[in-house]
Design a protein around this ligand. Sequence first.
Ligand code: PLP
Length: 369
Amino acid sequence: MQIPFLDLARQHQALKQEILPLWAEILDSAGFIGGRHVAAFEEEFAALLGAPHCVAVGSGTDALRFILLALGLKAGDEVITVPNTFIAPTEAISQAGGRIVFADIDPRTYTIDPARIDAAITPRTRGIIPVHLYGQPADMDPLGTIAERHGLWLVEDACQAHLAEYKGRKAGTLGRAAAFSFYPGKNLGACGEAGAVTTSDATLAATVRMLRDHGQNKKYYHDIEGYNGRCDALQAAALRVKLKYLPQWTAARQAHAATYQRLLAGCPGLVLPTVAPWASHVFHLFVIQISRRDQVLAALTERGISCGLHYPLPLHLQQVYRHRSLPSGAFPVTEHCAERLLSLPMYPELTSAAIEHVCRNLRDILEAA
Ligand SMILES: *Cc1c(COP(=O)(O)O)cnc(C)c1O
């Protein structure tokens, strides 16, 4: 039995009949940029989250970068985020002219640890980017208290957290603004690149609209310098089709996570994901911790089970940030996790038989070790 880490082809087989007629219409009209699907997707996604504004952009990275630019980040302004994440948030901070400051994660939820923020704050701090990692919202209330006390903004990286909830409120509505990614492998994925900004701030939304489109409100009239960061019509049409299925796909991920939790309970030396009491976790990834991770990963691969590492090298130890001289040991929770984390196959179309197969093999490997 071969079990892929992710099976997008299977999802698209079922959706092809719905997506292709919309794409045919776009090909016939040659309306590739903007148009009714982009506007409708923005409305539909905003409505599903309960967010007042949604602006579709070219990627999750664009979404983060445009939010920080719209917030008026200046050279030397500091933004706090975590070292255990994908690089997009720190790219966005630097590319918007800011300076990256890291704060370590909580060892159970893998999201930013509110207790680590105070030590990271300086007079140059402007905001915090909590990453709702693996599909679980960060603990936003204490972050909000800190932010209020120091006059900081909170920008959610919700790129892995479509439909996740914090105390009953949707990720994407919990800070000043939020970034979503629709990279194909995300819980809601385009058939190419796309992303979105959600916010309750109408001015910020309007600025992001300009930033995504060369700073123009009217064609060839530029109020500011912007970027080529639009979401195209083909992606918006595919996203509209997929959006209808997102609630049921999310429920399927949660059911698969519950099956994993049940079948792996009590497995020696294995740490299962913790769902925080405040969270509705949408399991973009199902991440366990084990010792001798690389050996276990190799053994699973040999048995036809594909797993992932999220993330193998913490951001502060990446070559690109070498000049910051952040030593190993600087963020011990992140570093400990980076050696032990293993992401098991997770996607809505996963079958119970496949999960049982993964768990049986994982138990075998751990018991033999
Ligand atoms: C995927 C991802 C991004 C970036 O999204 P893109 O659409 O690939 O640019 C940002 N942050 C996190 C946590 C992600 O997982």
